[in-house]
Design a protein around this ligand. Structure first.
Ligand code: ATP
Length: 265
């Protein structure tokens, strides 16, 4: 049975420096199992850097990250991929010339039991595995209303549909934690409403915990159970959407960044 006491994700004092820039400065917060946690902050606050630490694209100079109570800090990257963290990327990371179905099957493959070597050698168990991946992809495509574009190259589709393919790739691996990096960017009003419904559905019906980096405040406020606010690499506040909306440091951080943009733009 899942341990409901231990946070699914625990970030403890994580610090990342790039030369003289401190991108994350001792950031600490937890993501409770079953929650949607919003991660907000003005441009350059360190949100993407934090995501990159979670998927270990970046290493951190100090601190620790635990997933289901286990430290991932010195875990090999291929083990992290199997832990159950799915991710979407700000600049869509799919194979543009491959059909939607293949993109989603590749997403499912990262947690499949037939290893890379078995697949490369096309051992008999791979046939059964491929069927399972295909069924999984079909189920995900139906869920995301992508069935009618299953055979189209992903890169030929409208932007909003490509974003659903990106989500499908991440969901196909059946993640416990879904990391969404600015899923609302570039979406129209109707697509935004669909995204909002989808995030809540993924949380409630699929039991997936979500960590959401997003600039679109009304989306973050409406779907998040808990919000963590960063500014210049530091956590400045955390709490419920109502608490964050009125927090003086959060308001000041956003006003400050608008003033900076006005001065430079
Ligand atoms: P945005 O909302 O604009 O995506 P963000 O909150 O995701 O911003 P990050 O991209 O994490 O912010 O950047 C935090 C700081 O770290 C910035 O000052 C950025 O320039 C710097 N930074 C991020 N990645 C690198 C890198 N690979 N090399 C050098 N500096 C980096």
């Amino acid at each position: 049975m899942a341990d409901t006491e231990t946070p699914l994700l625990s970030v403890r004092g994580v610090t990342v420096r790039f030369g003289g820039i401190v991108a994350l400065d001792g950031v600490t917060f937890d993501v409770a199992r079953g929650h949607v946690c919003g991660l907000i902050g003005p441009n350059g606050a360190g949100k993407t850097t934090l995501f990159n630490c979670l998927s270990r694209l970046y290493s951190y100079q100090s601190g620790d990250i635990q997933f289901e109570g286990r430290s991932i800090t010195s875990m090999p990257t291929h083990d992290i991929a199997r832990l159950g963290m799915g991710r979407t990327f700000q600049n869509l990371a799919m194979f543009r010339s491959l059909p939607v179905r293949d993109n989603i099957m590749i997403g499912a493959h990262c947690r499949s039991s037939a290893g890379f070597l078995a697949s490369a050698l096309r051992l008999p168990r791979v046939g059964a595995e491929e069927r399972r991946l295909r069924e999984r992809a079909d189920e995900i495509m139906e869920y995301l209303d992508l069935t009618r574009v299953a055979d189209r190259p992903a890169g030929d589709l409208p932007f909003g549909t490509q974003k659903r393919v990106e989500m499908g790739r991440a969901l196909a691996a059946d993640p416990k934690l879904l990391l969404l990096d600015e899923p609302a960017a570039g979406l129209n009003h109707e697509e935004l409403k669909d995204l909002e419904r989808l995030i809540l559905d993924v949380q409630h019906k699929r039991g997936v915990t979500v960590l959401l980096v997003e600039h679109h405040m009304s989306l973050v406020m409406s779907v998040s159970d808990h919000i963590v606010a960063l500014s210049f690499g530091k956590k400045i506040a955390e709490g419920t959407p109502a608490h964050i909306q009125q927090h003086p440091d959060v308001i000041a951080a956003y006003l400050g960044s608008e003033e900076q943009e006005a001065a430079h733009g």
